[in-house]
Design a protein around this ligand. Structure first.
Ligand code: C2O
Length: 535
């Protein structure tokens, strides 16, 4: 049966403060947040599904989890607790490197704060997983309580499971939530729409459901002879926002701020309004941009965040649907259909009050990247080759498996230039942990580039394979709203993307020295297949 759209109200996820106020002054706080197996109703007409949910108690746990709000410079400590019983609710695959084995007595999880800049021991390394009561722990597990100093520019982060070989299914089961760092002294004067009603976080993902209401994931892998259950990509037909399928929201004719997180495993969204309303971008993943940018549409890859202001007073109609027209897989897959092409319905009503919020001409300023002081240049090649035994294509990052030892150690506080060469067919959202980067340009590889591909396959050395000779095609314009500091960006297939990466906090005012107490261990990976790479 077909689910009726726009029948559920858009939920507010519960809010947890990552600080406490003592005489009006924010002070550091320790939180306990658990992962629970429970039931969650995704739609008025669906029976509750079994999910894994974050919350302070099982009763209050939600999908997505509570939104954690931290304050700049005030430490938040979180003891992430795993209360999950042994049997996974979704098909997982023992034939890929995974934390779970047939003898694991609980479901391994570990939490990564995506976009956070903190010590590596609190990063949620894929092998730092643990099961219920910390009974079993992965090889790189070090501690129960993670420390987030919140000492970075204000912005939008999210937390999600990051366990080896299980991230796919643990996210599909519900283990994700939003995390906001606020910096009132520098954000309040901006005058953007604020407060719970006008500043809203929207966590968007796709899921399919069985008729009994449970989350559907095919239990047959792409190549069942070798990997019985492994499917590197997941696409669902229902679009879920804050835990409800195609919700609706009544808004006033005024400005609203929406922090939109694409928490899908593989689906890209190109959002637009059916009545021509526009987006004014103020930030993207984890940082404000310098100046607002207005667009008609916005392409958001898996794990990317777009932070926009929408002025409903400009609406010509009293209804507006936030829609999506990104093919799946992006960019060469199927066109959207009636179901996955719709996201939320806004019902626009008159505003009795004067809207005093605004979008200022300038937002925040950052120091310029000095390319002359670059500490290191790296080439990262992404490719997928079917093996001789016709295994499903794996994503390789520089031909090294995740388990390989860290190859190089970038210095904390240094800036590097990376050339990311996407030799696959798909657009891959590259994510780097514990640092931020700026996209400098994206250049097409000139054809015929088969020689280059062959060479890379053989010796995997972009310089020796003369990448310069091939990276001379058309330059793809990086959209103005994506030229700020980010932690994820879309690597266009057949292109070389040049980025400047900075491994530390990027301050808007003072300079700050990152005090790493241990050697940094950084992770970067594609956010579709969760093939982790470590360097
Ligand atoms: Cu959003 Cu390594 O993760």
């Amino acid at each position: 049966s077909k689910l009726e759209k726009f029948v559920d109200e858009l939920p507010h996820m519960p809010k947890i403060l990552g600080y406490h106020l003592s005489d009006g002054v924010p002070k550091s706080k320790s939180l306990k947040i658990g992962m629970f197996k429970k039931k969650w109703k995704f739609h008025r007409d669906l029976a509750p599904a079994t999910v894994y949910a974050f919350g302070t108690t099982k009763h209050t746990a939600t999908v997505p989890g509570p939104t954690i709000e931290a304050i700049y410079g005030v430490d938040t400590h979180v003891r992430w607790q795993n209360h999950l019983p042994p049997k996974h609710i979704l098909p997982w695959d023992p034939t890929i490197p995974t934390a779970m084995t047939n003898s694991t007595r609980g479901i391994p999880t570990v939490v990564h704060l995506h976009g956070g800049i903190h010590a590596p021991e609190s990063d949620g390394n894929a092998n730092a997983w643990f099961t219920s009561k910390y009974n079993e722990r992965g090889p790189t597990w070090t501690k129960k309580t993670y420390h987030y100093p919140n000492n970075q520019q204000p912005g939008n982060l999210w937390y999600h499971d990051h366990a080896m070989g299980l991230t796919r299914v643990n996210l599909l089961a519900g283990l994700l939530g939003a995390y906001i760092i606020r910096h009132p002294q520098i954000e309040d004067p901006l005058g953007l729409p604020s407060g719970d009603e006008f500043d809203r976080t929207l966590i968007v993902f796709d899921r399919s459901f069985r008729t009994d209401g449970s989350i559907f994931m095919s239990s047959t892998g792409n190549n069942p002879k070798i990997h019985p259950q492994w499917q590197p990509e997941y696409f669902g037909d229902a679009i879920i926002v804050n835990g409800k399928a195609w919700p609706r929201l009544t808004v006033r004719r005024r400005k609203y701020r929406f922090r939109i997180i694409n928490a899908s495993n593989a689906r890209f969204f190109r959002f637009f309004f059916t009545n021509g309303l526009r987006f004014t971008h103020v930030a993207s993943d984890s940082a404000y941009i310098e100046k607002p940018v207005t667009t008609n549409e916005t392409l958001v890859g898996p794990s990317e965040i777009t932070d926009i202001v929408v002025d409903f007073s400009q609406s010509k109609s009293n209804l507006a649907i936030l829609a999506n027209d990104a093919k799946y897989p992006y960019p060469a897959g199927d066109p959207v259909n009636e179901a996955n092409g719709k996201v939320i319905k806004f019902i626009i009503v008159p505003d009795q009050e004067v809207d005093t919020s605004r979008v200022p001409k300038r937002l925040l300023e950052y120091p310029v990247v000095d390319l002359s002081s670059v500490a290191h240049t790296r080439y990262v090649a992404m490719y997928e080759y079917a093996s001789d035994i016709d295994e499903p294509t794996h994503l390789y990052l520089n031909a090294k498996p995740y388990e390989a030892a860290a190859t190089e150690t970038p210095k904390v506080g240094s800036t590097e230039v990376w050339y990311v060469i996407n030799l696959t067919e798909d657009n891959h959202p590259l994510h780097i942990h514990l640092g931020l980067f700026k996209v400098l340009d994206q250049t097409a590889l000139v054809k015929p580039d088969d020689e280059f591909r062959e060479c890379m396959k053989k010796i995997n050395d972009a310089v020796k394979c003369h990448v310069d000779k091939y990276a001379r095609g058309k330059k793809e314009e990086v959209p103005a709203h994506e030229r700020g500091w980010k932690n994820v960006f879309k690597m266009i297939p057949g292109h070389v993307t040049k980025i400047a990466v900075r491994f530390s906090y990027i301050h808007t005012n003072a300079s700050y020295v990152f005090d790493a107490t241990t050697e940094p261990g950084y992770v970067y990976h594609c956010h579709v297949k969760y093939t982790y790479h470590f360097f």
